[in-house]
Design a protein around this ligand. Sequence first.
Ligand SMILES: C[S@@+](CC[C@H](N)C(=O)[O-])C[C@H]1O[C@@H](n2cnc3c(N)ncnc32)[C@H](O)[C@@H]1O
Length: 335
Amino acid sequence: MVNGDSVQARMDQQTLDAGPGGAELHLDPRRDSGISAISYRSNSTLTESVQSDNPVFRFVEENGRTYHSYKEGRYPLPNDAREQGRSTVEHHLWRLTLRDKLYLAPINRLNHVLDIGTGTGLWAFELAVRFPNARVIGTDLSPIQPQYIPTNCQFEIDDAEDEWLYRQKFDLIHSRANVFSFQSPETVITSAYSALASNGWLEFKDFVFPFRCDDNSWNGTALQTWNRLLEDCIVRSGRRLYVEEYAQMFHNVGLVNVTERLFIWPISPWPQGPRNEHLRELGRWTRKNLLEGLESLSLMLLTKFGGMSKEEVLQLVQNAKADFWDTKNHVYVQM
Ligand SMILES: C[S@@+](CC[C@H](N)C(=O)[O-])C[C@H]1O[C@@H](n2cnc3c(N)ncnc32)[C@H](O)[C@@H]1O
C-alpha cells in the first residue's frame, strides 16, 4: 500500500490508424525512440493492414517458435498459440489456488487498475468484467491480447521497465508470472510505487525457480538436471532470480502493510492423504501446465546460453517430462 500521492504527466496518445471495424492503433509520442507504448483496442476486428504494417506484429521466429519483436530478445519465452494455450492453463491454476479470487489485496473499490506483463490479458479481461466501473489497462511487449474485450479494458504494448507516464493513479497494480520478465524489478516496483493512488495496492504473484524437493526424491532425475541447467543459463544470460526478494523490494521503496503469502504447486498429484485433495488437484493442473511449459522455458535459454542444439534441448525436455508421471518425485513449485 502506498501513502501519499504524486503527480505525473502523460501526453495524450495520438491515434495513428483506425481500422474500419473500430480497431485502433495508437502510437504514443511520450517517447522519442520510435514504437514504444502502442495501444490498441478493437471492438470488432483488428485489421490485417494494422497487423502487418507494424513491426510489433512481425514476430521473431526461432527453433520453430515465435517471440516478441518489440524490444527483441528481452523476454525468453515464446508468444505463439502453444504458449498462449499454456498460459490459459496457468490462469486456471491461479484461480484454483486463490479460490477464484483475482487478487488478494483488501480493496473493493477499483477505479483504475494496471496489469503489467499482462500476456494474453486474461486477468485484466476478467477483472474488467467483474468490475465494470473500473478502467483496466494491461501492458505487454507482445500484442497477443484478445480482439473482443470489455469496453472498460485496454491493452498497450509497453515495456514496464521504461519510464511510466500514466496520467492517472492506480488503485491496484498487478504483476503475475513475471519472474523472467524484468532485468530490474526494483525499477518496476519504484515506478509502480509512484503510480499508485493514495491507499492503493501493489500485488505481485510469482513462482520461485528452481523447483523444490524437500526429501531429495528427485535426485538423479532428468527434471533435476533440467532445473540445474536452466538456472545456470538464466544466470549466464544476465538475468536474476528475484522473486524471493519482492517483499524486501516493496519495503525498500517505502510501501507499507507488506504481506507475503506462500502457496505450493506440486508438479503432480503426489501429495497423499484425504486432506490433500486440493493439492492433488493443483498437482494435476501444474503437470499439465509444465508439460507444455518446459519447452517454452528452455528452448531459447538452453540453446543460446547452454550451448545445446534444439534437438538436445527437446530430448532433455522429453526425459524431464517423464518425471512428472512418477509420484515418487515429491517436487513442487513455491508460489
Ligand atoms: C509468463 S507471462 C505472464 C502473463 C500474465 N501476467 C499471466 O499471468 O498470464 C510474462 C509476460 O510478460 C511480458 N513481459 C516480459 N517483459 C516485459 C516487460 N519488460 N514489460 C512488459 N511486459 C513484459 C511477456 O511478453 C509475457 O507476455
